[in-house]
Ligand binder design. Structure first.
Ligand code: PHE
Length: 364
């Protein structure tokens, strides 16, 4: 075997999911990777991440890890969906003018799976892209625009859920959900990060922001936030750190540098390895597991589009993330004798997975 074969084999052998589908899109030079982690509670649900990767192995690894956290996310929400994720790994020199045709070819693949996998938006895709994917991939597409019959962008409800998680974390740490005067550091002002920043400001928090895109940082100037250089994020003192960029930011190096009391953010797979949960606990930093904090978007689009809930019912479910967070933190601290929060939320997710809340109306 070549070293690439060995790498891919190791990823697949270590992974405890059900199936990985890889498709070489020869027209564009992209790879489509669909990782179905679990269909125990229903079709494998999870967004489509569209970006370039250093290698096919890196794309497969990302899809597999992200799919795993979707299983936990839907189980913790008590929804009748399993976990999956798709990656469209773009070639270098990708020309975005070919986006529509690419997404349609991806939709064709999704449809051919007949509901084994249901997609939605993720990093690099948005509601408008779901409309395009649905032209070939319907009915296996969540998160279309309202004009196309969907629930719209998942960014605002995701940000609401993260905000509720932060309030619950503040209650746990400081005895009050009030964020007035609290320092919250948001890493990444993308779709969700920007919405979260506004909510935090309205709540009176002192908001620090780090963002790598110079266009975005320029737009943030004069909005009352304090910019933090990307290489200073981990060492910047704050009350709560909210990772809202890509995953893997909490690792053995960064955890040693952190100067926060607690962490709750929107990024998926914030922990680089499972051991990092214990590293955080040992440092006395309270970690709200990402799949609980960031579940608001997936909850909303699935509830509205597949379960027939009203937007108000979906919002109430998103706000209830604060109850789940409270439960997780209390269990980790008291009942389960100081287990890392990640483990406590897995216990809750497993308990929740026995009886899905309600069955989906449509075929997805
Ligand atoms: N990006 C979403 C998440 O990680 C994925 C998603 C969105 C899945 C909408 C389904 C519907 O939770």
């Amino acid at each position: 075997m070549t070293s690439t074969d060995t790498q891919i084999a190791a990823i697949l052998q270590r992974w405890d999911g059900e199936l990985v589908i890889t498709h070489a899109d020869q027209i564009s030079g992209s790879w489509f990777v669909i990782a179905v982690h679990s269909t125990r509670l229903g079709p494998g649900g999870g967004g489509t991440r569209m970006r370039s990767y250093p290698s096919l192995a890196a794309a497969i690894q990302d899809a597999c890890q992200l799919a795993q956290s979707m299983t936990a996310k839907f189980a913790a929400a008590n929804f009748p969906l399993g976990g999956a994720k798709a990656v469209i790994a773009l070639p270098t020199g990708w020309d975005d003018r070919d986006r529509t045709a690419l997404l349609q070819r991806f939709g064709t693949l999704v449809r051919r799976l007949r509901g084994l996998y249901v997609t939605g938006p993720d990093v690099g895709t948005q509601a408008e892209d779901m409309d395009v994917i649905a032209t070939t991939g319907a009915p296996y597409v969540f998160g279309r625009t309202p004009a196309a019959g969907g629930a719209g962008s998942s960014a605002p409800p995701t940000a609401l859920g993260v905000f509720c998680a932060i309030e619950a974390l503040a209650t746990h740490l400081f005895g009050s959900a009030a964020l007035g005067g609290r320092r919250v550091l948001v890493q990444g002002a993308g779709g969700v990060g920007q919405e979260l920043i506004v909510r935090l400001q309205h709540a009176g928090a002192e908001v620090l922001v780090s963002e790598i895109d110079p266009g975005v940082t320029q737009r943030l100037q004069g909005t009352g936030i304090t910019l933090v250089a990307p290489d200073q994020v981990m060492a910047t003192p704050c009350d709560i750190f909210a990772p809202c960029a890509l995953g893997g930011v909490l690792n053995h190096v960064s955890i040693a540098q952190l100067r926060c009391r607690g962490i709750a953010g929107a990024a998926n797979n914030q922990l680089a390895t499972a051991e990092d949960a214990e590293r955080l606990r040992a440092r006395g930093i309270v970690y709200v597991p990402d799949f609980v904090a960031n579940s608001g978007g997936a909850i909303t689009v699935v509830a509205v589009e597949a379960l027939g809930w009203s937007p108000a019912q979906a919002e109430a479910k998103v706000r209830a993330i604060s109850d789940t967070v409270r439960q997780v933190l209390q269990q980790a601290e008291r009942r389960l004798a100081q287990m890392p929060t990640m483990e406590a939320s897995t216990v809750i997710a497993t308990a929740g997975s026995r009886e899905p809340e309600s069955q989906p109306r449509s075929s997805v």
